[in-house]
Structures are given as structure tokens and as C-alpha cells.
Design a protein. Structure first.
Length: 62
């Protein structure tokens, strides 16, 4: 199942939206795995983009 970026409609097509011709994306997050081999790369990208800062502690410490 895909979702159109322009109009927000869902479709089963893979190339473009049948209503408006917009780009389609997968609206669901990827499945979680404890053996995630890409976590290092995602954390680096979040740090570079400013979404994650290591100035704050990641774990709550009362």
C-alpha cells in the first residue's frame, strides 16, 4: 500500500498516483528488529540533521 504525497490518497499502484499523478511513498515505518544493522547510520544522520543531540542525556537519570 502506498500514499500519495500530493493528495494524501492511498493506492496499490507503485509508480504514480492514479488521481493526481503525484509521487507515492510507503506510509508505514520499517519493522523493528533487535539485530538492526543500520542503527549506526540512522543515528549519524539524525545527529547531522539536528534531530538528535548528544548534549542531553539519552536515558532518564533521576
Amino acid at each position: 500500500m502506498r500514499k500519495c504525497v500530493k493528495c494524501g490518497r492511498y493506492t496499490l499502484r507503485r509508480d504514480k498516483c492514479p488521481v493526481c499523478g503525484g509521487e507515492l511513498t510507503v506510509p508505514h515505518p520499517p519493522r523493528f528488529s533487535p539485530e538492526d544493522k543500520y542503527v549506526e547510520y540512522r543515528l549519524k544522520m539524525k545527529m547531522k540533521s539536528g534531530l538528535l543531540s548528544l548534549d542531553k542525556p539519552l536515558i532518564y537519570d533521576p
